[in-house]
Design a protein around this ligand. Structure first.
Ligand code: NAD
Length: 351
């Protein structure tokens, strides 16, 4: 199998996808994007191209569940590998709309696999989630820890992982990486790219940034009675730039072996919600207001990764800390108080 050079990025307009596009362009890959902008904006690509100094090869506005449209993308481009980010990602949203989550996350992945298979594309990096571990208990979680998905979002990711395992068992020509992200946060250091979800953010750091810039009165800390150091939930935050460097390094190595491999992507360090509030408050120069409320259904006390497998596999180690994430996230929010709204669109014709 040859190393991939043209990469299809599903969900390339989103938080991790857009930063990944820059990283891939910076490293000489040809990038093709599909996104339906259900949680992003097409305006991000003018910025991706400005930061990278190169054009994205093509951008298609389509829903990955549209098998016909997706297949046409594969007909039109010789795709070597796929990075699959497109999906719905809110745990609480999945409790409200479970069927939508299975439809987009599982149905969308099935449509993608169908298009890949019929076009002979056998290299895939799949975006999974630490939520597949569920209530794993304290201490660093290794990839072989038992899985206990506690809500439909986590379950949808776990189902896809199992589908991919079956695919690789039956078709040994496939090379698939499942990346179990913990909590990607931060932004590109340029201040041009960051996390700009539609509606109210479900993740802590973009919500904090929007409170700090005055878009919300205060942060709701969901749960102050967990069995953790300060009672708030502990998570493993990873700078999005470390995350996408890991992704690109993994892609460089994707052709080295076939079969399914699973990796945690995290820093291996836990921070409580209040640690993040304190660090963010220092970054923006004032205390960000918050109040402690009831726990969110499906949430767990602590999720911290063992990250040694990624280090062993690719020599990858994160280099940025929580202060870096808060500083970069704040820079993006300060420079773009309303996110990408109103910013210039890319000039190159789409698709
Ligand atoms: P995001 O919501 O910013 O990006 C997802 C992108 O997919 C968006 O641009 C959205 O418009 C697009 N999309 C959604 N449904 C689509 C569809 N049916 N067809 C085409 N495009 C569609 O999310 P993100 O933070 O960049 O996360 C990327 C992936 O990583 C997701 O699969 C998510 O589940 C996973 N993940 C993220 C986190 C996190 O904290 N950010 C943690 C664990 C796993």
């Amino acid at each position: 199998m040859s190393a991939p050079s043209t990469v299809l990025v599903t969900g390339g307009g989103g938080f991790i996808g857009s930063h990944t596009c820059v990283e891939l362009l910076d490293h000489g890959y040809e990038v093709i994007v599909v996104d339906n902008y259900s949680n992003s904006s097409s305006q991000v690509f003018a910025r991706v191209e400005r930061v990278a100094g190169r054009f994205v090869g093509a951008v298609y506005d389509l829903d990955i569940r549209d098998r016909h449209a997706l297949s046409a993308v594969f007909d039109r481009h010789t795709v070597d590998a796929v990075l699959h980010f497109a999906g719905l990602k809110s745990a609480s949203g999945s409790l409200r709309r479970p069927v939508d989550y299975y439809d987009v996350n599982v149905g969308g992945t099935m449509a993608l696999l169908g298009a890949m298979h019929s076009h002979g594309v056998h290299q895939l990096v799949y975006s999974s989630s630490c939520s597949v571990y569920g209530a794993a208990g304290p201490g660093p979680i290794r990839e072989d820890a038992p899985t206990r998905p506690g809500h439909p979002y986590a379950q949808s990711k776990w189902i896809c992982e199992q589908i991919l395992a079956d695919l690789c068992r039956r078709h040994p020509e496939y090379s698939v990486l499942c990346m179990r992200y913990f909590n990607p946060a931060g932004a590109h250091p340029s201040g041009l790219l960051g996390e700009d979800p539609r509606g109210t953010p479900d993740n802590l750091m973009p919500y904090l940034a929007q409170v700090a810039v005055g878009r919300h009165p205060r942060l709701s800390v969901r749960g102050g009675d967990y069995p953790t150091r300060d009672g708030t939930a502990v998570r493993d935050y990873l700078h999005v730039m470390d995350c996408v460097e890991a992704y690109r390094t993994a892609l460089d190595h994707l052709a080295d072996r076939t079969g399914l491999q699973v990796f945690n992507l995290a820093r291996g360090k836990g921070s409580s919600v209040l640690d993040v509030v304190d660090t963010f408050s220092r970054a923006c120069g004032r205390q960000v207001p918050y109040e402690v409320e009831q726990r969110r259904p499906g949430d767990v006390a602590e999720l911290v990764a063992d990250v040694s497998a990624a280090d062993r596999a690719w020599g990858w180690r994160p280099t940025r800390d929580l202060a870096d994430m808060c500083r970069d996230s704040w820079r993006f929010q300060q420079l773009n108080p309303l996110g990408y709204a109103g910013s210039a669109r890319r000039q190159k014709p789409s698709g």
